[in-house]
Structure formats: structure tokens, C-alpha cells
Design a binder for this molecule. Structure first.
Ligand code: UD1
Ligand code: MG
Length: 457
């Protein structure tokens, strides 16, 4: 965007009752990011310099979420829900500050792309006072209709206020709008509430602007950009659209995804070069995968970093705080949480590693468990470079195993092991020659006697 500056206002004072949820609507997630978070990220990508978010009274959780994505955003409260134009005016103070463009976005419209917002702003740069996103939905029920006069937008008619003729119009209001800041307050202040709902409609900015001798235009966009979310079904449909976009972006960036439709990504998933993802992998939020790594089937990752050339899965679970170094191998049924696994270390089978550091090149045998929790607090396990942990060992934390040390198979480790030492803690094995053979003979005798007894009776 050229030199024009921009204030984005995100309306998030919705009730969201049709979501049938205790949680505010804009906090529901798509691709591991809240609906509000998506709107905030899009506003930033479209080059907004300033951000105002309008929330309902007492919406502390919404404010907190807004702060995680935009710590500098100004939060305004709309004390009573009296319509979209009324909500925008809750941010009056922000509009009065000096910017060129005001872009109004909805907190429940998360799929709008930065390029679409930029087009709206482009219309203002070309002289329009109001620019609106238009689209042709598969089902127009509930949307405002765009009344065009030549190339100009004459009015937006909300469905409740529309005539039967007007309801036949296919081109609908996407809801998002850009206003020239110099006229914005004058327009917004003139909007009345003489309509079926008795609300102050932002969509009426169009007729008001025209009455003032200003120009309003519509920019057409695909439906996906302006999908509003009011129900769980719409949330699921939007998730499908987002997943498709994320998969396409990853493929275009050179990630090999064997069966893209089976892989679930988060909006913030990061991939290096030559990464391979096998079918049925889920990436929760906060995952980065470096060059040459392979994520094998049925793995679940969140809050994890996978180093260069590392191999994860099949059936691995990486939980938040996992940091895998270069060439690390994490195999089937291995769970890792809050742990750093240094270059070349391996945990290939059936293991839990939590609150730990595993040194470079260490080998963690099948069935190893770090016992990190004593029922009250979590404790750390530290395993040195090149150490070898025998299969089926339980490491009772806090505990340290020194560089190059050995822990014998089946050990319950409760004391630290110095570097280069062997620790083994298991019952001594007893061997009784011929014992099994004798047992079988005695059992067989017992059976024969019982059989004879039954025949007699
Ligand atoms: C709005 C448009 C409609 C458009 C549709 C697109 C108006 C009057 N209508 O209708 O033309 O086709 O979006 O999806 O603008 N909000 C507040 N405070 C309020 C009212 C709403 O913050 O007092 C917020 C809501 O949380 C939501 C957004 O504004 O994020 C839109 O409100 P909503 O009630 O969903 O408007 P629609 O009826 O969908
Ligand atoms: Mg809506």
C-alpha cells in the first residue's frame, strides 16, 4: 500500500448464541488460532498502522486474546449492542486520530485475505468515500443486498428491510467496509436507526455518503473471504477452507505432503526446505520443522521444534516445549514434553520423555519412562552426551545420568549416575535346572488321575 495510513477497527462485541457455547464466539479457533486472531493478523498483513478492537462489556477473555496477537491494540467497549455502526462509533477516539483509511472488520469473519483488504483501501485511494466488499453467496439468506447504480453502489438493503424484488439480488454485502477517515465520523454520526431491527446499521453508510454527494463502490470478492461464522457448522466449513489454503501454501513452498487432504496444519506452522510429511499428521499451534526433516504417519505435534534431518513417528506425540536437535530420531509410541533432545539422540520405541534434557547421541531404549511427577511437583531428568539407557527403565526425577554412562535394562533409577559408570537396579536372576520339566510331569499326573476318577463315576 502506498503512503496512505490505516486504522483497522475489528468489531467483536457479538453474543454468538448460535454457537451453543459458553465461550465468546470470536475465541473459537480455526487452524489453532482464534477467529479474532485471524482478523488481527489479516489487518496487520494489509498494512494497518493502528488497531482498535470493540468488545462487549465484561469480555475479559476477548481482551486478553486480543492482547496476545496485538499488544498495542486499543480496546473499546460497546456497552449496549445497538448495531454495527454504533459499535464502530465506540472507537470514535481512534477514528479522530490522524489516519487516511478506516477499515472496519468483523471478529467473526476470519478468512479475509490481506490482498482483499488492500483492494478495499485501493478504492479509497481512487477517490471513493466508502468501499464495501460484495460477493455472491451460494445461499444469500440473512445478508444485506447491494443495490448498484451503474458502477456505483447506491445502497445496501438489510434482508429484513428488503422488498421481494430486492431479495432476488445475488450480490450481497460481505460486511467489511473501508471509509475515508476525513468523512468517516460525519457519515457514521448521520446513520439513523429507522429500520426493522431498530439498530444503527453500518451498511447505511452507503446511502448517507451518497446523500452527502460522496462516492460509494463495491469490490467483488470470492465467498470464502467473507464467510461469517455464527454456527459450529460454519466454523467447520471455514476450517476446511483454511486447511486447503494452508496445504496449498506449504506445497507451493516446497514441502512434500504425500496425501495433503489428511494433514492438518495450524495457521502458524513453519516448514524449512525438503520436509516430508506422510499421511495423517496433525500440527497443533507453535510447530516449526527444519530442512530435511520427515514427519511420519499418525504423528501429533504442538508447540514443538523439529531440527534439521530429524525423523518423527510413525505414531509419535510431540507436546509443547519439545525441542529436537539435528538428526534426532523419535519413533513409534514415543511422547515428548518440555524436553530438549540434542543432536543425533534416539528414542525409537514406546517411551515417555518429560521435563528432560537428552544429551547428544544418547540412546533411549524401548519402554524408558522419565518419572517426572511425584503427585505434587514436576522434576527434571538430565541425561548426558552418549549415554545409554537400557530398555524398560524408569528414571525417577530429579535425576542425572552422566556423559557416556550406562543404565542396565529394567532399572528403576533413583540416584544420579556418574559419567562413564554403569547403574543397574533389578532383582537378581535365579535359574533352577530341570524345574519346568518336573512341573509339567507333576501337572500331567494330576490330570490323568482326575480323568480316571471321572470315568469311574
Ligand atoms: C452484517 C451486515 C450485512 C452483511 C453481513 C455479512 C450490518 C447492519 N449488516 O449483518 O449487510 O451482509 O454482516 O456477514 O452491518 N457487532 C457488534 N456490535 C453490535 C452489532 C454487531 O460488535 O452492536 C459485531 C458482531 O460481533 C459481528 C459484526 O459486528 O462481529 C457483524 O454483526 P452481525 O450481527 O453478525 O451482522 P449481520 O446480521 O451478519
Ligand atoms: Mg454476522
Amino acid at each position: 500500500m502506498p503512503s496512505r495510513t490505516c486504522l483497522a477497527i475489528i468489531l467483536a462485541a457479538g453474543e454468538g448464541t448460535r454457537m451453543r457455547s459458553q465461550m465468546p464466539k470470536v475465541l473459537h479457533a480455526l487452524g489453532g488460532r482464534s477467529l479474532l486472531g485471524h482478523a488481527i493478523v489479516a489487518s496487520r498483513a494489509a498494512g494497518s498502522d493502528d488497531l482498535a478492537i470493540v468488545v462487549g462489556p465484561g469480555h475479559e477473555a476477548v481482551k486478553a486474546d486480543a492482547c496476545t496477537y496485538a499488544p498495542k491494540a486499543q480496546i473499546f467497549e460497546q456497552h449496549e449492542r445497538r448495531g454495527t455502526a454504533h459499535a464502530v462509533l465506540a472507537a470514535r477516539e481512534a477514528i479522530a486520530r490522524h489516519v487516511d483509511d478506516v477499515v472496519v472488520m468483523f471478529g467473526d469473519t476470519p478468512l479475509v485475505r490481506a490482498e482483499t483488504l488492500s483492494k478495499l483501501r485501493g478504492a479509497l485511494a481512487n477517490g471513493a468515500a466508502v468501499a464495501v466488499l460484495g460477493f455472491e453467496p451460494a445461499d444469500p439468506t440473512g445478508y444485506g443486498r447491494l443495490l448498484m447504480r451503474g458502477n456505483e453502489l447506491a445502497a445496501i438493503r438489510e434482508e429484513r428491510d428488503a422488498t421481494d424484488e430486492e431479495r432476488k439480488i445475488a450480490l450481497c454485502n460481505g460486511g467489511l467496509m473501508a471509509l475515508d477517515r476525513k468523512q468517516a465520523l460525519a457519515i457514521l454520526d448521520r446513520i439513523g436507526n429507522a429500520n426493522a431491527k431498530g439498530e444503527y446499521y453500518l451498511s447505511d453508510a452507503v446511502t448517507v455518503a451518497r446523500d452527502m454527494g460522496l462516492t460509494a463502490v463495491a469490490i467483488e470478492t470470492p465467498e470464502d473471504d467473507v464467510r461469517g461464522i455464527n454456527t459450529k457448522l460454519q466454523l467447520a466449513e471455514a476450517e476446511a477452507v483454511l486447511q486447503q489454503r494452508l496445504r496449498m501454501a506449504a506445497l507451493e513452498a516446497g514441502v512434500t505432503i504425500v496425501a495433503p487432504e489428511t494433514v492438518y496444519l495450524s495457521a502458524d506452522t513453519k516448514f524449512g526446505k525438503d520436509v516430508t510429511i506422510e499421511p495423517h499428521v496433525v500440527f497443533g499451534p507453535g510447530v516449526s520443522v527444519e530442512d530435511g526433516a520427515t514427519i511420519r504417519s499418525f504423528s501429533h505435534l504442538e508447540g514443538a521444534h523439529v531440527g534439521k534431518g530429524a525423523r518423527v513417528g510413525p505414531f509419535a506425540r510431540l507436546r509443547p516445549g519439545t525441542d529436537l536437535g539435528k538428526e534426532v530420531h523419535i519413533g513409534n509410541f514415543v511422547e515428548v514434553k518440555e524436553a530438549t533432545i540434542e543432536a543425533g539422540a534416539k528414542a525409537n520405541h514406546l517411551t515417555y520423555i518429560g521435563d528432560a534434557r537428552i544429551g547428544e547421541g544418547a540412546n533411549i531404549g524401548a519402554g524408558t519412562i522419565t518419572c517426572n511427577y511425584d503427585g505434587v511437583a514436576k522434576h527434571r531428568t538430565d541425561i548426558g552426551k552418549g549415554a545409554f539407557i537400557g530398555s524398560n527403565s524408569a528414571l525417577v526425577a530429579p535425576i542425572k545420568v552422566g556423559d557416556g554412562a550406562y543404565v542396565g535394562t529394567g532399572t528403576v533409577l533413583t540416584r544420579d549416575v556418574p559419567a562413564g559408570a554403569l547403574a543397574i537396579a533389578r532383582a537378581k536372576q535365579t535359574v533352577k535346572e530341570g524345574w519346568a520339566k518336573r512341573l509339567r510331569q507333576v501337572k500331567a499326573l494330576g490330570k490323568n488321575l482326575a480323568g480316571k476318577k471321572r470315568k469311574k463315576s
